[in-house]
Design a protein around this ligand. Structure first.
Ligand SMILES: [Fe+2]
Length: 165
């Protein structure tokens, strides 16, 4: 079975019956795939990006259980240990798990600019978070774009979606 689809299945099972979080992961997965495709990533990199997208918020349940908070800092801290068994079951090796977990552990760390796969997840997550109302109705979209979008495909996608609202 395709490893990414395996992750998709296990992520859905892990989050069920929380449809809101499953939908969030699927949306980020979709936009991350769109950006990765536009940036001409290899199929190997695409596999890493799509798996990281599906699991980027996987630490949220443990964050809520342990810290009573879904704050980004706790998700980043607890995400990798929740993702690891899912990635192992899906057939990823240790090196690949390390790459995916690095992205999960830094997806709210917006100042890391030199990891393209991480940037793609940050960009896809920002688009979905804005649409889901995380930034309120008066978000400064121009500022968010200029500060956080580094890929050409992500910037264009953001403009197409956000500036026609
Ligand atoms: Fe997210």
């Amino acid at each position: 079975m395709d490893r990414v689809l395996n992750v998709l299945k296990l992520m859905t099972d892990y989050n069920a019956p929380d449809i809101r979080r499953i939908n969030h992961a699927l949306k980020v997965y979709g936009f991350a795939g769109y950006i990765a495709y536009g940036e001409n990533l290899s199929s190997y990199e695409m596999c890493i990006v799509q798996s990281a997208a599906l699991l980027h918020d996987i630490g949220i349940h443990e964050a809520e259980r342990i810290y009573n908070s879904a704050a980004g800092i706790y998700q980043e801290k607890l995400g990798p240990s929740s993702a690891k068994p899912i990635l192992e079951k899906s057939g990823f090796n240790n090196d690949e798990i390390e790459k995916i977990n690095y992205i999960i552990a830094h997806h709210h760390t917006y100042n890391i600019k030199d990891n393209k796969l991480l940037r793609i997840i940050i960009e896809a997550d920002l688009i979905v978070n804005i649409d889901e109302g995380e930034f309120g109705n008066n978000a400064d979209l121009e500022h968010i774009k200029n500060e956080n979008f580094t890929t050409e495909t992500g910037k264009k996608l953001f403009e197409n979606i956000m500036f026609n609202k």
